[in-house]
Design a protein around this ligand. Structure first.
Ligand code: RIB
Ligand code: CA
Length: 314
């Protein structure tokens, strides 16, 4: 049985990653930690609590509020992508479950120390919480089973700037700490999400035809993303970044080509802030620190997503 700890800036596809984890037959979501990112922090906490409720698990999955700001940088949210509430403007009612009083950083450190070698860390947000946890107790790095993150971009354009993907751009100083920590990391970059995680109109119609609570929820939280994607990329559809990442965590067969590379983060304040520089040919002579996903099965991902949205086990 896999045991997951998920760090999220709950908006849009983050919620579908949570649903997928909660539908997984052979995984337990031990807890959800919240990091600054997509929308207002308190809204992200409520979005996570509401999503747990949508999954029918209210009160069963602790939600731990964490860092409300990046370590050093100023940042902006992605409300223009997800809607001001992060849920496509749905403004869902507050869930019954309330957040924990334990801070996310303490939850990360304590969960890993209490279960050495058993926890898979899944990061679908900026890495502030994780960086502080590593600084607080560097020993956790060797006790994590595996670390997966949606973030960065491998030899490809960014989405928040020409150079950087949002999760890394928000807190590049935190990402640098994590990349240099020795955590056994798997990187799911923006480029593979656009290539294998994109759902077009036909796929969205199939989801609508399911008529389940989960499928309606998916379409609602992605309503603004679809409009933004049309305006920005001229494409009719939505990119599933966090749920594609979760599918790789749950089913190792999804990521079909993974290569060990040295990856470093530009943590300057310049135009390439947050860029993830992948040393493709090893010219820097540095030990590879990240397993980069180069190829993934769109078919396997979609099958897992459709099972999640039809209410079935994944
Ligand atoms: O760049 C996409 C990532 O940034 C996703 O995780 C999205 O939720 C935002 O956090
Ligand atoms: Ca996210």
């Amino acid at each position: 049985m896999r045991r997951l700890l998920l760090d999220t800036d709950t908006a849009g596809d983050d919620t579908i990653a949570i649903l997928m984890a909660l539908r997984a037959r052979d995984a337990v979501l031990e807890g959800i930690t919240i990091n600054c990112g997509n929308v207002d922090f308190e809204q992200q906490v409520e979005n996570a609590l509401y999503t747990v409720q949508v999954a029918g698990r209210s009160g069963k999955v602790p939600v731990y509020p964490g860092s409300t700001h990046p370590l050093l940088k100023e940042w902006r949210t992605a409300k223009e992508v997800h809607g001001n509430d992060g849920m496509g403007g749905s403004y869902f009612p507050k869930a019954k479950q309330r957040p924990e009083t334990t801070h996310a950083v303490d939850a990360i450190v304590d969960t890993i120390n209490s279960n050495p070698g058993e926890i898979d860390l899944v990061e679908i947000a900026p890495m502030t919480n994780l960086a502080i946890a590593i600084r607080k107790d560097p020993g956790i790095v060797k006790k994590v089973r595996r670390f997966y993150f949606m973030g960065g971009s491998n030899q490809y354009l960014g989405n928040v700037t020409p150079a950087a993907e949002f999760n890394i751009w928000v807190d590049p100083d935190a990402a640098r700490i994590v990349f240099e920590s020795g955590l056994p990391a798997t990187m799911v970059g923006w480029e593979i999400c656009m290539r294998r995680g994109f759902l077009g109109a036909r796929e969205l119609d199939r989801i609508e035809a399911m008529g389940t609570g989960e499928s309606k929820f998916f379409l609602a939280v992605n309503r603004e993303v679809r409009r933004f994607t049309k305006r920005t990329y001229g494409l009719d559809g939505t990119e599933c970044t966090d749920s594609l990442t979760m599918s790789m965590v749950l089913n190792p067969r999804v990521a079909s080509d993974v290569r060990k590379k040295f990856v470093e983060v530009d943590s300057t304040d310049g135009p390439s802030r947050g860029a993830t520089v992948v040393d493709e040919r090893g010219v820097l002579g540095k030990k590879p620190n990240v397993d980069v996903v180069y190829e993934a099965s769109q078919k396997l991902f979609r099958e897992m997503l459709y099972r999640t949205l039809s209410g079935g086990p994944v």
